[in-house]
Ligand binder design. Structure first.
Ligand code: HEC
Length: 93
């Protein structure tokens, strides 16, 4: 019981997909749909981190920090905790 609780605490301290969802809608959702196949400005991020061609957390983080083409850089706008939360949410899409 105690250890399960400790694991849960460690997990939520690490990344919170619910907080990530709010960040996504604030910073990403105007350009990235969460529905497969729907392009807004950028590609849908549905399944972005799933399956054999899924991106890793490091790849998503790098793209978010650097930006690319029409995507702005979020470096300095999102801190480490926010990036981890955001990635925890994108992982579920
Ligand atoms: C102004 C529109 C815009 C915003 C805001 C934006 N993006 Fe993007 N994003 C793009 C575009 C356009 C691309 C495609 C870039 C390219 O490859 O030329 C892209 C690509 C990506 C990719 C790579 C997709 C792939 O599979 O190739 C990821 C991951 C991503 N964005 C994450 C994010 C996250 C996370 C946020 C919010 C913090 C965000 N983006 C905000 C426009 C945007």
């Amino acid at each position: 019981m105690l250890s399960a609780q400790a694991v849960h605490t460690a997990k939520s301290a690490k990344a919170d997909p619910v907080a990530g969802e709010a960040l996504y809608h604030r910073y990403c959702g105007m350009c990235h749909s969460t529905q497969a196949g729907i392009k807004i400005v950028g590609p849908s991020l549905s399944g972005e981190m799933k399956g054999p061609h899924g991106k890793t957390a490091a790849q998503v983080r790098m793209q978010t920090e650097l930006g690319k083409g029409l995507m702005p850089s979020f470096k300095g706008k999102l801190n480490d905790v926010e990036l981890a939360d955001l990635i925890a949410y994108i992982r579920k899409l």
